[in-house]
Design a protein around this ligand. Structure first.
Ligand SMILES: Nc1ncnc2c1ncn2[C@@H]1O[C@H](COP(=O)(O)OP(=O)(O)OP(=O)(O)O)[C@@H](O)[C@H]1O
Length: 306
């Protein structure tokens, strides 16, 4: 199952034109196996529409989306290839989670025992016989994942799976998705929670107004933007320090409070350069890379909500 460089999901020139809105506009990106890919964009960017086109639920106006080289609608036995969690799962209110999963198993030709296996996987085994109507939002999210995993798919697609989860649930979801990717599966997950994505994703695909803004490994995307690691430094002779740092080819910005923001160096290097120039420091703080800062820079001015 491990084919690390294999583009498991391939989106090419995908476009969806609704009457008045071009929800997705000539969008191309790839999603690799063995990694978690975060699908990010402001509200209305077109994430849900793109995921629905990948899953054959919305017909593209133009372009294609394939999974392992095959369009979803052409997959034989799709439940064994692709699992999807599109919204908090719904089920018959009076039915138990276990029976709900068994109904899907029977329709898909899977053994009943698979229902118990996936209930165990998502931590619902002790409540699997309780009726769905008593489930919390977090339990419904877990049930959605359980249903998606029934066919042991190699590709998982999730739209905002952490919606409504408490911090413990979010952490559980993160650990599960990372573990599934570590098994060689392809995990594509949309989310608004950028802090969470920074902890979860290996790669990101960022879109705005239906178009691709950036895709690649999180580290690369951060390194090329305002989200890169920075050092904040304060000195009585700020001008002289700025000159010394720029002479060493570092990028230096002066903050309104007089401190300097240095991009492209570790605190130790900044401290060393100051010491070598005989400049006294009053503060030297490393700021780690930040996906939220990168996202805001990349999507600034690009209409999200449309
Ligand atoms: N069935 C539809 N008919 C008309 N317009 C639609 C339809 N579905 C989506 N849209 C529009 O397409 C655009 C993209 O919507 P979409 O739900 O795909 O964005 P999103 O990135 O998932 O947003 P959010 O983060 O808010 O969920 C929006 O302007 C939306 O109003």
């Amino acid at each position: 199952m491990s084919r690390p460089d294999y583009a498991e999901i391939s989106v090419e020139h995908l476009t969806k034109q609704y009457a008045k809105v071009r929800a997705v506009d000539d969008l191309s990106f790839t999603v690799r196996s063995g990694r978690v890919t975060g699908f990010l964009g402001p509200n209305g960017a077109g994430k849900t529409t793109a995921l629905r086109m990948i899953l054959g639920l919305v017909t593209p106006t133009a372009g294609t989306a394939t999974i392992g080289g095959v369009r979803y609608v052409d997959l034989t036995d799709p439940i064994r290839h692709v699992g999807a969690v599109l919204e908090a799962s719904s089920a018959h209110r009076g039915r138990s989670a276990r029976n709900h999963l068994r109904v899907i198993c029977r329709a898909a030709g899977l053994p009943d025992q698979r229902a118990d296996e996936v209930l165990h996987m998502v931590g619902l085994n002790t409540v699997g016989t309780r009726k769905f109507k008593g489930y919390s939002l977090g339990m419904k999210q877990r049930l959605g994942i359980a249903a998606a995993m029934l066919g042991d798919p190699r590709v998982l697609i999730l739209d905002e799976p952490t919606n409504g989860l408490d911090p413990e649930g979010i952490r559980w979801m993160r650990d599960l998705l990372k573990a599934l990717a570590a098994e060689g599966r392809t995990v594509l997950v949309s989310s608004h929670l950028l802090g969470e994505m920074q902890l979860l994703a290996d790669d990101v695909v960022i879109i705005a107004a239906g178009r691709l803004i950036r895709q690649g490994p999180v580290d690369e995307v951060l390194g090329a933007t305002a989200g890169a690691a920075r050092v904040r430094v304060r000195a009585p002779e700020a001008d002289r320090l700025a000159t010394a740092l720029r002479d060493a080819h570092l990028e230096v910005a002066v903050s309104p409070d007089g401190s300097l923001q240095v991009t492209g160096a570790e605190p130790a290097r900044v401290g060393h350069l100051a010491f070598a120039a005989g400049i006294e420091l009053h503060e030297l703080t490393g700021e780690s890379a930040d996906l939220e800062r990168a996202f805001l820079e990349l999507t600034a001015g690009k209409a999200g909500a449309r």
